[in-house]
Design a binder for this molecule. Structure first.
Ligand SMILES: [Mg+2]
Length: 331
């Protein structure tokens, strides 16, 4: 079976081949969100993401409200990764016949709660029945000042800044799989926070050259950014923002916390490319929004070269090791 990323790339190629770009399409397929120009002042930013039972969640893991919040948050995170503000959403559900009506209402409540917290609203949707698993799908539209969307761009020498901490959500999933019900790590999975507060603060500074959110894992998503930007990167192990509780979790499982943090997804931190002289200002703005800021390394000229520098200064190459949903394995 092909990987999720192979399929996405093939799909994107077919979409690009399908015809000339319409006027108004500033960024088409291939970023966290598409960017559309509708007037002289603003660009529209459009993204979509679905949660599928058995792939992204098990029903016993999440209350309906948290499932709805999570659906909103994963989409909001893509809007944050574009430096935009969310506005309108349409949702679509495919529901197995045995689903209680109250569960669906809880999902809707969660969606509305999370969106309204960030100033966005649901403007339409669709419900269908299915013999398959529960599918919750959202398309989210945001806006940003004309020409200011954060693309997947970086220049050699730019700092790699991470807003948010890593490793907690995947640890939460592992604990849920093992039958645990609650705890800080499980909350990190059940209640992800899209970094729109950071995006708003940073959009004002104009210091960010490019961005991506961490949905599949730091290694995968950083490499996605590098590939789009045509750069390599160097990452310092000592600077990685390991979330609280992750080291202890890794000890009990005899897992290297650095591997865990590099390759585990679902944390929805932001990876930012920032010119060196604006790093301090950027980190200050992130921290002022109450979020952890870490400068984990820099983008380099060496295309396709992804280096990890350990505590003793030794270097090794790293690869994309994030989550591939279709294979249900780490890549
Ligand atoms: Mg994304």
């Amino acid at each position: 079976m092909k990987s999720e990323f192979d399929l996405i790339n093939a799909f994107a190629r077919r979409i690009r081949r399908a015809g000339a770009r319409q006027p108004g399409v500033v960024v088409g397929v291939g970023d966290d969100a598409a960017v559309l120009r509708v007037n002289a002042r603003e660009d529209l930013v459009v993204t979509t993401d679905a949660l599928v039972e058995g792939v992204h969640f098990e029903r016993r893991w999440l209350y309906g409200v948290n499932l709805g919040r999570r659906l909103a948050a994963v989409n909001l995170s893509d809007i944050a990764a574009m430096g935009a503000s969310p506005r309108f959403a349409v949702v679509s559900f495919a529901i197995p016949s045995a689903t209680p009506a109250s569960f669906l209402e809880d999902i809707e409540r969660g969606i509305v709660l999370e969106l309204s917290h960030h100033g966005a609203q649901v403007v339409g949707g669709n419900i269908t029945s299915t013999r398959g698993p529960l599918v919750c799908d959202m398309t989210l539209i945001g806006a940003c000042a004309r020409g200011r969307a954060w693309r997947r761009t970086a220049r050699a020498g730019d700092a790699i800044v991470v807003a948010g901490e890593l490793g907690a959500a995947a640890a939460g999933v592992a604990l849920l799989r093992a039958g645990r019900k609650s705890g800080t790590l499980i909350s990190a999975y059940a209640r992800p926070v899209a970094r729109l507060d950071v995006a708003r603060a940073l959009a004002k500074t104009r210091a960010v050259r490019g961005a991506i959110d961490v949905s599949d894992g730091l290694s995968s998503d950083l490499i996605h950014l590098c590939e789009a930007a045509g750069t390599g990167c160097e990452v310092h192990v000592r600077a990685l923002p390991v979330a609280r509780g992750v080291r202890a979790f890794c000890r009990t499982r005899s897992v290297d916390p650095i591997d865990w943090v590099l390759h585990s997804g679902e944390d929805y931190a932001l990876i930012l490319a920032v010119p060196p002289r604006q790093v301090e200002e950027t980190c200050r703005a992130i921290r002022a929004a109450g979020v952890h800021a870490a400068v984990i390394g820099r983008f380099t000229r060496a295309r396709d070269s992804y280096r990890l520098i350990d505590m003793s200064g030794k270097e090794r190459a790293f690869r994309a090791g994030g989550w591939d949903h279709l294979r249900k394995v780490r890549r």
